[in-house]
Write a protein that binds this ligand. Structure first.
Ligand SMILES: [Cu+2]
Length: 183
């Protein structure tokens, strides 16, 4: 847990600094936070506005899912999940259902009795910014693995995941989408 928090702090400072102040070896994060995969989140409406990136990297015990999203409604809470298809077409519907390699019921992401793609709700601050940092124990960033999230998609919903309703927590419309690609 300490490590996750430390990474979060590094990410926060990395995002706060302009690109010219750090020297990333690859992509837009500093060398000590090199993720394996990333997704650029964009609204599914006609604007296709960018909301920021979500990153994934292997850590002890699973995969860390982290990032900072902007342009959200201040104070609002949103569901975010990994959906099974690497496509954001048709207003995000092409992403399909939740990524669920172990054929579980939808549930609380803190329990392994949930979809591999289930994640905690995110809440925007007064500036419409939401940080996420979560360890999911039953997924992989390795494209060769059956539980790999490579070439799947993150979906942000307009509503809140109740972690209970089937099959997707009564999370509402698909609001933003990002295909998970190599970092
Ligand atoms: Cu979803």
């Amino acid at each position: 847990m300490k490590k996750l928090l430390a990474t979060s702090a590094v990410l926060a400072s990395a995002l706060a600094l302009s690109a010219c102040q750090s020297t990333p070896t690859k992509g837009d994060l500093p060398a000590e936070v090199q993720p394996a995969l990333e997704a650029q989140m964009q609204l599914v409406d006609i604007s296709k506005a960018h909301l920021g990136k979500v990153y994934l990297r292997p850590v002890n015990g699973g995969v860390q899912v982290f990032g900072q999203l902007t342009g959200l409604h201040p104070g609002s809470t949103y569901a975010i999940h990994i959906h099974e298809n690497g496509s954001c077409g048709n207003s995000g519907k092409d992403a399909g259902g939740h990524f669920n390699p172990l054929n579980k019921q939808h549930g609380n992401p803190n329990s392994l009795e949930s979809h591999g793609g289930d994640l905690p709700n995110i809440t925007a601050d007064a500036n419409g910014v939401a940080n996420m940092n979560f360890l999911r124990r039953d997924i992989s960033v390795d494209p060769q693995m059956a539980n790999s999230v490579y070439n799947r998609s993150f979906i942000i919903h307009a509503g809140v995941d109740d972690y209970t309703s089937q099959p997707s927590g009564n999370s509402g419309d698909r609001m933003a989408c990002g295909v998970i690609k190599a970092y």
